[in-house]
Structures are given as C-alpha cells and as structure tokens.
Design a protein around this ligand. Structure first.
Ligand SMILES: Nc1ncnc2c1ncn2[C@@H]1O[C@H](COP(=O)(O)OP(=O)(O)O)[C@@H](O)[C@H]1O
Ligand SMILES: [Mg+2]
Length: 557
C-alpha cells in the first residue's frame, strides 16, 4: 500500500481554475514563472527554484535527474521519447543512451519509485518514459518551510493512487453536468470504475463549491441513521443521533457544497430518502453518487459507465492495440508488477483478447495483469477459458468487496432477492445475447408467471448485473464474461444446470455449460446464428466491440 498522504491536505485555498487539466502540460513554456508548484504523491516540486521536497524535507537529487523529472512533469501521463529527454538534459552534447538510464535510476531511487506500492514513472522500452502518478500544479510563490498550510480545509478527497485512463471525455462532461444538475449518479457493475470517475470529477470541480467538496464512503452504512451519520461525521457536525437525518438536512440548508456519496447500492433506499430531502431543502447542495443501481430520486441524472474501450480480440498490431484504454490499463498494471515491459505483436493479440473477453472491466483487467508475472500473457489469455482462477485471484489491499472478482460479484449477488438470484443464474445458460422473450422462455416455471420474470430481468438490468442495448427497437441483453462465469457456477451448485440447459434451442445446448470459453478463432456468423436461434444480425452490429465478445462467447468451444 502506498504511504502517500492525501493530496487534499494541501489543496485548500486555491481559487477555481488554478488546478490544471492533469493531461495538459504542467509547466507550459510561457508559464515558467517562479510561482509554479507541482505536487505529486508526497512530493512538492518548484521547477524554477529547482527544489524538490518530500514531506516538507528537501530531497537530494542530482541536477540531471532533476532535469528529467521536470521534463516528464511537463507532460504527465504522456510518453516522452528518449531522444527528447536526452536533448533536454544534454542540449549541446552527444551522450550515450546509457547516461540517461543512469540518471533515471538515480531519480527512481530518490523518489522511492517501485517501493511501498509507489509507481511514478514507467519505461516503455525502446521508446521513452511516462510519468504515471497524478500531478497537480498551483501558483504558490515561495517554497514554504516547514509546512504547507492546512487550515480552512475545503475538501477531503482521497488521493488518487493511480492515474485515470481513457475516461477524460466522461470526466469533462460530468464535471460540467454536476455544476448544473444537482443530482448525478454514476451507475455500473462492480469494478467498472465508478469510484475512479467520481473522484476525478470531484477533483475537477472541488474549487467550485464555497463550502467544500466532501467524499463520503458509504460502504459500511446500511440503515438511514448510518448514512446520515456518515455524512455528518465527515462534515464534522455533532448532531443528535435520534433526529439525525432531519437535523442534517437542516444543517445543510444554507450550504453551498458537493457531497460525493460513494458506494450506495447496498443502502439505496436510505440514501435515496436522504438525497431527496437534501435536494428539497438545501438548494445549494449538489450530490454526486456512485452505485450499482440508480437511486431513483426526482431530478437524478444517470451516467451508466461501460467498460474501457478494447481492441477486437484478434488485434495483432502493437501500434493499434496501444491506442485502446483497456490495453493501456493492462500494460500499466503489468509494468507496475514486473517492471520493464515491451509489447510485441504476438502479445498484442493476447492482450487484446484478454481486454475484449473481460469486456473492458477495469478491475478484472487489473487482476488479470497481476497474474502475468507468474503465468505470462499467453497463459493468462488462455486461462480465461477457465475463469475461476481470475475470480479468486486478487489484491490484498483495497476494500474487501474488491479484492477479487468473486468478492465483487458476491457483494452484488448478496443484495439480490431470492427470485432475482434464481433468474440471474438461469440466464447464465445463454452463451451470448438474448431477448426478453428468450429470457422468459428459459427462466420461467409454473411457480413464477411470465410477467414477474420480466420485472426481475428489468431489476437485474437496473442493478448492472445484466447488460443491455437497444437494437432495432428491441432491447438485447447479455451477461458479461465474469458475471456469466459466476452465475453459471451458482446454477451448477443449485443442481438446475441440466434442466435449464435443456430449455435452450438444440444448437445452443452444448455451449450452455461452458463458462464462456474463448477460442482464438471463431465460426462464421451464419453458423453461430443458426446455433443460437437466428441472432445473426444482433451479433453482427453490436456497439463498441461488444458484439465481438458476444460472438466469441457464442462460438466458444
Ligand atoms: N479508467 C481507469 N483508469 C485506471 N484505473 C481504473 C480506471 N477505472 C477503474 N480503474 C481501477 O479499477 C479498479 C476498480 O475501479 P473502481 O472505481 O473502484 O470501480 P467501481 O467503483 O465501479 O466498483 C480500481 O482499482 C480502479 O483504480
Ligand atoms: Mg466503487
């Protein structure tokens, strides 16, 4: 785990607009003013004074290494080529590339890169280096010793430990939206990146709220008192427990602030009640929530997050694969585990296959990347034919519900009613997309009238366990790779697998029992269409590569 202090403690008295876009140059040429302070992790860098502090203590760093750090921080997140770095550090002299490596090593040592979970820069072999830790700039004139002031704190946002990949457009859009709309909920399945996106949005808009931006992790709050209590405690309000929700709303009446309610799905009714009261009675308070299902309060705007964009599973071009955020995430996490790492074309196909199979789900991609050090890329891709290892491999840090994919799915599954659990596991026999009629035909039995089944399917979509898309005015549904693997396991445990699989059309029966087998090549769409009740069209024109995954699941054998 990183031992970095939260960025929030240094970010109090800046005015709106001081914070720059994290992808924009931090030290633009025209802005080489003595005023610029760059912060990352526990470090503060004044480029013009050539001063680097860690926890307010000067860091001993050679001049060349400092030049490299400043050059990388001008474009955080971007690849800075070796030649460019050498031209910056040795503008008038030709030097051997080994010199660059020596000073990079010194820089890494000084920053503690690679220790205690820290990862500041990564090497893209043969190309250059990338600064991957989020960094922010402000105009603080003089280096201040010994402490950066902490009075007047206006937010408590947790520090980002890693950079956000591929969600820039969404963050920009949601940041504009939350200023105008008072209630915005980021919805999606576990591990899709709701918390990561909400944090980026909150950081973007933090300075816009007079009374601050407050992050409230609701993972442990289950009843109305706990939810309101968690908000009051973050805001430092001492309120009578018995009258908590009402007193809290009263205390917020004249406030102008953003409350970020993270992880609401298990307390959705309680959160919805509190949010509705706040929206009604505290006109200056805005609510950004994350949840696997909507709060369904009046005025709530929804942003349903999809997976990160992935290349087609057979993309065997390093150049092309690099352009997709799912691949970028996989490569960054792999490099964080095993150090230097270069992608060749053969690996590119396997990595694309992994990202596509996992539907661009960031948590699953991170967990798959962690297995590269022990298995290698090809074996990880092949291993997804047996998804169980992926379901159990995990982090030892982070919230328990996210330490493995299984824990994430257990958390969602545990929030379902018994009926919804039955419906979900029965739907796992579909190897690819299905319509509502398909679902009802497979799932219904005498004890459960069709109309109720429709409600259950709709609920499961709302709770982000079933994915859906409109095509030709018909909703089409599917289970993501990991959800299907999990649900199929539940179906097998229930002893219903054979009976439910028998309800499928003949051509699909053999596919139903396999946990989303993923071959490297697949059958022609016509063969698949006939094997799956004539769904050729839907398989063909799926959105954003989704169809390819469905196609390959359908074809799996
Ligand atoms: N766009 C992204 N770039 C980098 N990492 C991401 C991105 N989205 C999610 N992650 C990582 O994936 C994991 C799951 O994301 P998280 O935001 O916790 O998901 P959720 O809140 O939807 O369950 C976290 O480790 C997070 O840092
Ligand atoms: Mg979350």
């Amino acid at each position: 785990m990183s031992s970095k202090p939260p960025l929030s403690i240094v970010n109090h008295d800046r005015s709106a607009g001081e914070e720059t876009d994290p992808r924009a140059p931090l030290v633009p040429a025209e802005a080489h003013s003595p005023a610029t302070l760059i912060r990352f992790g526990a470090f503060y860098l004044w480029p013009m004074q050539r001063l680097l502090l860690q926890d307010n203590q000067p860091v001993r760093l050679g001049s060349r290494a400092l030049d490299i750090l400043i050059a990388l921080l001008e474009r955080p997140g971007d690849l800075v080529g070796k030649d460019e770095l050498m031209a910056r550090v040795w503008p008038k002299t030709f030097v051997q590339p080994a010199n660059l490596t020596v000073h990079i090593t010194a820089l890494r040592r000084a920053l503690g890169d690679g220790r205690d979970g820290n990862r500041f820069l990564i090497n893209i072999p043969g190309r250059g280096y990338r600064f991957v830790e989020p960094a922010t700039v402000s105009n603080q004139f003089k280096p201040s010793f010994p402490a950066i002031p902490v009075a007047g704190q206006r937010h408590n946002l947790p520090a980002k430990v890693t950079r956000l990949i591929g969600r820039r457009d969404i963050v920009v859009r949601l940041s504009a939206q939350i200023i105008g709309d008072r209630s915005l909920t980021v919805v999606g399945p576990g591990g899709i990146g709701k918390t990561a996106v909400a944090l980026a949005v909150a950081q973007e808009v933090a300075a816009s709220y007079r009374d601050g931006t407050w992050w409230i992790d609701l993972a442990a709050s289950e009843n109305p008192q706990h939810v309101a209590g968690a908000v009051a405690s973050v805001l430092g309000l001492e309120l009578d427990r018995e009258k908590l929700p009402a007193n809290l709303v009263t205390a917020l009446r004249d406030k102008q602030m953003l409350l970020v309610l993270d992880t609401c799905e298990h307390a959705v009714a309680a959160v919805a009640g509190l949010v509705a009261a706040i929206l009604r009675e505290a006109p200056g308070v805005h609510i950004l929530a994350t949840s696997r299902e909507p709060l369904h309060t009046a005025g709530e705007q929804l942003c349903r997050l999809a997976g990160l964009e992935s290349p087609p599973g057979d993309c065997a071009s390093t150049e092309r694969a690099h352009g997709f955020p799912a691949v970028e995430l996989f490569l960054e996490r792999t490099a964080a585990c095993i150090g230097e790492f270069a992608l060749n074309d053969a690996d590119a196909a396997a990595v694309s296959d992994i990202c596509d199979t996992l539907d661009g789900l960031p948590l699953a991609i991170e967990l798959a990347a962690r297995r590269v050090s022990s298995l290698g890329i090809a074996a990880v891709a092949a291993g997804l034919k047996q998804p169980l290892p992926l379901l159990v491999a995990g982090y030892r840090t982070g919230p328990a519900r996210q330490q493995t994919i299984r824990a994430t799915l257990d958390w969602s599954h545990g929030l379902l009613t018994d009926k919804q659990q039955v419906v979900l596991r029965r739907l796992s026999v579909f190897p690819g997309e299905f319509t509502l009629q398909d679902a009802v035909a497979i799932v219904s039995d005498r004890a459960r009238p069709d109309s109720l089944m429709v409600d259950e399917v709709t609920e499961l979509v709302s709770k982000s366990l079933i994915a859906s898309v409109m095509r030709e005015a018909q909703p089409r549904f599917w289970l993501s790779h990991v959800t299907r693997a999990y649900a199929l396991e539940k179906l097998r445990e229930s002893g219903e697998l054979d009976a439910i699989a028998r309800r499928l059309p003949d051509g699909s029966k053999a596919l139903a029992r396999r946990p989303a087998a993923v071959p490297m090549s697949y059958e022609a769409p016509s063969a698949i269409a006939s094997a799956h009740g004539g769904h050729r069209k839907q398989v063909h024109d799926g959105a954003k590569g989704r169809s390819v995954a469905a196609l390959r699941l359908v074809a799996g054998r």
